[in-house]
Design a protein around this ligand. Structure first.
Ligand SMILES: Nc1ncnc2c1ncn2[C@@H]1O[C@H](COP(=O)(O)OP(=O)(O)OP(=O)(O)O)[C@@H](O)[C@H]1O
Ligand SMILES: [Mg+2]
Length: 420
């Protein structure tokens, strides 16, 4: 038996001993926790004496106690929301306000925490598997839970009204293109067009507001990459799932307590170039890494993809410009603009509508010209539709045939109207 197994075994023994005495339902958070903690510690002592003659490191001891406590007390008031498969996102705005997104719709719940102290207590508990803490000095953090859920915490002084916790749950089922077609987020023909774009190595930016569905689209586009290609993905927190692909996933790392050891998206982008990538996928660009990403998109035609916050195709280019400028000295605005034009081939805009539905609202080509103004051409755009008094909008081909299609080698998925 190796050490890890031994520790697991001890943990199980202690847990069983304690659980035999404790009735889960009669517990409330603070008073009972310290009592249960003492029981666990006592039981642990006994088991350690029996099994290891008293030899066990303090850190291991603490780990065992915390693991058991976590298992018993769960996540408190929001436990049932976390375990409810219909709930996709949980938003806690201070102790007395808990919202959820249930199948795409935002709703207020009747769940409340007793007070700020209790909320803090559970936030620490949720964060403990990731080994991170929110403190006054690091008042906001992103973390990933062991099940892949994504978590953001902001506390005072940044959020004076009490800690704000946002959980985006990992979905057991990641949305696939067919799901998006069923939800009418995109239609089948347009999906085929995008597939052809990916297969032909276009560099693609997926843009939209927060939570609009950018990463979901990115994930689906990534699934269109042929299995033979080597894909390097770079993310702050692992979100992309690419089963059955030749994929190397890289994740950034925050600095440690002494402020050392940080690894940024930018570091990883630079490193990825030495890893013989066929594709580089950057989960989201939002800063100093922009110029590195553009350069990487311009090297050969790797067919890179990324997401970013922006409201429209033009807005995306302007933001890239600003971000590239921020991250680099001694690069002229003209050069940056030229890099952007030659790097980005296609921009997909997604949006979350008021009724909670998410949709692709435009697909646009960035024309390769030498002018100092961006030239954008919509390939798909929203078209107004009157249906017996009710006005709806639908994504429709504009009739424009993008210039990049001439260079396509693989036209298998390309809808007929784009072929000459
Ligand atoms: N077309 C869709 N229909 C319904 N739900 C969707 C759709 N696209 C995404 N979602 C869901 O919406 C949530 C947010 O999606 P996603 O992570 O893709 O958004 P995002 O724009 O990348 O967000 P962020 O700005 O936080 O990076 C997820 O729970 C996802 O499953
Ligand atoms: Mg995202």
């Amino acid at each position: 038996m190796d050490k890890l197994e031994k520790i697991q075994q001890i943990k199980e023994d202690v847990r069983n001993k304690v659980m035999a005495r404790v009735k889960k339902t009669s517990l409330n958070y603070e008073a009972d926790e310290s009592q249960v903690r003492r029981q666990i510690e006592a039981a642990l002592e006994t088991v350690v004496q029996q099994k290891m003659e008293g030899h066990i490191e303090d850190a291991v001891r603490r780990f065992i106690v915390e693991e058991i406590i976590n298992g018993i007390f769960g996540l408190g008031p929001i436990d049932r929301l976390v375990n409810d498969p219909g709930v996709w996102e949980i938003m806690v705005n201070g102790p007395k306000e808990v919202y959820v997104e249930r199948e795409g719709k935002l709703q207020k719940t009747d769940v409340v925490f007793e007070d700020e102290g209790q909320l803090h207590f559970y936030i620490e508990r949720i964060l403990s598997p990731s080994g991170r803490r929110v403190t006054e000095f690091e008042p906001y953090i992103d973390a990933r839970l062991p099940d892949g859920s994504r978590l953001n915490v902001v506390r005072a002084p940044i959020a004076p009204s009490g800690p704000v916790l946002t959980i985006r749950k990992a979905r057991h089922k990641v949305l696939e293109m067919q799901d998006l077609i069923n939800k009418r987020s995109i239609d089948e023909k347009t999906a085929h067009f995008l597939k052809a774009c990916v297969r032909n190595h276009l560099n693609i930016a997926i843009v939209g507001g927060p939570g609009a569905g950018k990463t979901t689209i990115l994930n689906i586009l990534a699934s269109f990459i042929p299995d033979v290609e080597r894909v390097i993905t770079i993310e702050d927190t692992l979100e992309l799932r690419m089963e059955n692909k030749h994929r190397v996933a890289l994740e950034t790392r925050p600095s440690n307590i002494e402020g050392k050891g940080e690894i940024t998206i930018r570091d990883l982008v630079r490193n990825a170039l030495h890893m013989r990538p066929d594709r580089i996928i950057i989960g989201e660009v939002r800063g100093g890494e922009t110029l590195d990403m553009l350069q990487c998109m311009n090297i050969g035609r790797v067919g890179s993809m990324t997401t970013m916050h922006a409201n429209s195709a033009l807005d995306a280019l302007l933001r890239l410009e600003t971000m590239a400028m921020m991250g680099s000295v001694n690069v002229s605005p003209e050069l940056i603009k030229r890099q952007i034009v030659s790097a980005i081939d296609l921009i997909i805009v997604v949006d979350r509508l008021l009724d909670g539905t998410r949709r692709v609202i435009s697909i646009t080509e960035v024309l390769k010209n030498n002018a100092m103004e961006y030239e954008l051409k919509d390939i798909y755009a929203l078209a107004r539709k009157d249906e017996g008094g009710a006005v709806t909008f639908e994504l429709k081909g504009t009739g424009y045939i993008p210039a990049f299609i001439e260079k396509f080698r693989e036209v298998e998925h390309l809808p007929a109207e784009f072929r000459r």
